[in-house]
Design a protein around this ligand. Structure first.
Ligand code: FAD
Length: 307
């Protein structure tokens, strides 16, 4: 069985940067990714804080990342890692397509998945009105009424995106106050299409073949209300995509992998983590990319010592 020096798990900014740096160090590398883009591809409004690009769509930025990666001499596979273990000095990576690959070092750059509402009907209607990606699915809701779940910046940015498409948008927030910054609040107000409802306890999403409404309880009046909407966009944050790695790492209370922030080392020699999957604060593209680069260089040093 072929053994790679390094396997990188993830095709977002952290994984792609790690791949570019690993290739430049001439490490025999395999990058495995469920998709290319990660959270950046799902961003609803333009990115304005990645150096070199004053304003660029998430999709365009991540396509540039991917194009850069594909120029490198590394192997790339579209697959999902389901299990990671270490026996002796070797890592064994199992994927959904059922094969097992060996490596001497691994970088986990699997980022984060959207957090779900955990209400009846949510899972049933995924792809039938329930969405976690306004950029991908928003255009399907032309002239329709939709709900955005979450009153933070992500929710407000989703509403700004949808205001160009949908007839009416409700922003539903569980807390007593919205959390989006002032600029986003002003833009949302200007659209004239968005109604904000706070103090919401989500009860269920209902419909037949597709979503027809969302049911919630008003925390103040305790009355149950039904909003007739055809789309529900869930924007309530994310959770680290780290379920395939168990006892090889320590987790913090948010399920983020604990690393040494100098170079992304975990408690297991040869196993590194980078980007939103780890416990380094400030989840941003530039930070994830920087961590990916550091982890690849640290993996190179580790592999040199191993030889
Ligand atoms: C709505 C929203 C808006 C944002 N806006 C900005 C912004 O304006 N500016 C900014 O700098 N940052 C922004 N961010 C944050 C930024 O997107 C993240 O910090 C960044 O994408 C993290 O990169 P990452 O590579 O660690 O993870 P991700 O982008 O999450 O990528 C993870 C990758 O790993 C893959 N993967 C996951 N699990 C597996 C597995 N088991 N096997 C194989 N592959 C797997 C995924 O398919 C994906 O390719 C935003 C985030 C969100 C959600």
């Amino acid at each position: 069985m072929e053994i790679y020096d390094l396997i990188i798990i993830g095709g977002g900014p952290a994984g792609i940067a790690a791949g570019i740096y690993a290739a430049r160090q001439k490490i025999n590398t395999l990058l495995i990714a469920k998709d290319f883009g990660g959270q950046v591809a799902k961003k609803a409004v333009a990115i304005e804080n990645y150096p070199g690009f004053a304003e660029i769509s998430g999709l365009e930025l991540i396509r540039k990342f991917e194009k850069h990666l594909r120029k490198q001499k590394i192997d790339i596979e579209r697959d999902e890692v389901t299990k990671l273990k270490k026996i002796g000095k070797k890592f064994f990576v199992r994927t959904k397509n059922k094969h097992q690959i060996q490596a001497r070092a691994v970088i986990i750059a699997s980022g984060a998945d959207p957090r779900s509402m955990e209400v009846p009907g949510e899972k049933k209607f995924i792809g039938k009105g329930v969405s976690y990606c306004v950029q991908c699915d928003g255009p399907l809701f032309a002239n329709k009424e939709v709900a955005v779940i979450g009153g933070g910046n992500a929710g407000f940015e989703a509403a700004i995106f949808l205001a160009k498409i949908a007839k009416k948008i409700y922003i539903l927030e569980a807390g007593p106050k919205i959390r989006a910054d002032q600029t986003n609040q002003e833009i949302v107000k200007k659209t004239g299409k968005v109604e904000i409802i706070t103090n919401v306890v989500f009860k269920k999403i209902q419909g037949e073949q597709f979503v027809k409404s969302i049911v919630y309880q008003d925390q103040r009046s305790k009355k149950e209300k039904t909003l007739p909407v055809e789309g529900v966009f869930v924007e309530i944050g994310s959770q680290p995509a780290t379920s395939f790695v168990k006892d090889l790492v320590d987790f913090n209370e948010k399920d983020e992998i604990k690393v040494n922030p100098f170079a992304g080392e975990t408690k297991t020699p040869g196993l590194f983590a980078a980007g939103d999957a780890d416990n380094v604060p400030f989840k941003q593209i530039v930070i994830a990319a920087g961590e990916g680069a550091k982890a690849a260089l640290a993996a190179y040093n580790y592999l040199q010592k191993l030889k």
